[in-house]
Design a binder for this molecule. Structure first.
Ligand SMILES: [Zn+2]
Length: 252
């Protein structure tokens, strides 16, 4: 049976004379491929729908045997022209999309990631967002949305709220903080741990509860940004198995 669903077009390729394959991301199915037979010729069924970064309401069916998905028709909802118009913004959007593709999201986890990506694209489309923060904020929020949700506010061992001073550690594996008292008492933090300042922990907590719209207005101290992004990259590499290397995401 055909279903009608909002989908973000990620990639489009054409074959034979007029047929296309389309890589899509939806809240209920995650990322999948579908065919748009006659897609590159049909002006009526797919007007403006078969370009990457188009948000489209598609009618999606399947072939007779049910082995692959077929797009019957689409109506364009939004084409993110503000992202396309500026190469720096296009680069940030592409970085976020590539990360989502690299993570290999299970359909059961797709909805929060889909909504996070769309909110990020709408924020970028409005001309907001800095390359200094958007890509790693996005990676952090995606990891948290997939259930790897750290506690940046309290010591994971004694429960003491994060305050001032030095000697705080963050355990990447457990996503927990260890306070200076527990640390000097020799309480263990298994695996990879890094020293972290209370200011960086507060910044990470802000990112954890923020919405992409908030990222447009953030002003973050350079050193906080450097430490925070390093911790996020370690956290993402450990929990999602991915790191950014030479313009690509690689499995680690
Ligand atoms: Zn403690």
């Amino acid at each position: 049976m055909d279903a009608t669903e909002k989908a973000l077009v990620l990639k489009v390729g054409c074959f034979r004379e007029a047929d296309c394959w389309v890589r899509l991301f939806t809240a209920s199915r995650g990322i999948f491929n579908a065919f748009a037979f006659g897609g590159s010729r049909s002006r009526r069924r797919f007007v403006g729908c078969l370009d990457p970064l188009s948000l489209v309401l598609f009618s999606i069916g399947s072939d007779r045997r049910g082995t692959y998905s077929v797009l019957n028709e689409g109506s364009l909802l939004h084409n993110f022209s503000g992202i396309r118009a500026n190469s720096a913004i296009t680069g940030m959007a592409a970085n976020c999309v590539r990360f989502v593709e690299a993570v290999e999201i299970d359909p059961s986890d797709a909805a929060p990631v889909y909504h996070l990506l769309l909110k990020t694209l709408y924020m970028l489309d409005a001309g907001s967002g800095s390359p200094d923060v958007v890509p790693w904020f996005f990676r952090a929020r995606l990891a948290f949305a997939m259930g790897h949700d750290p506690d940046f506010e309290n010591c994971g061992t004694c429960g003491r709220p994060v305050g001032g001073g030095q000697g705080w550690l963050f355990g990447v594996e457990q996503g927990q903080v260890l306070c200076p008292a527990c640390h000097s008492a020799g309480k263990p933090l298994d695996g990879l741990a890094r020293p972290v300042s209370p200011g960086v922990l507060r910044a990470l907590e802000w990112i954890r509860v923020s919405e992409p719209d908030d990222w447009a207005r953030v002003a973050m101290d350079r050193e906080v940004r450097r430490q925070g992004s390093q911790l996020v990259e370690l956290f993402v590499a450990y929990h999602l198995g991915l790191s950014w290397d030479n313009g690509m995401y690689k499995k680690v």
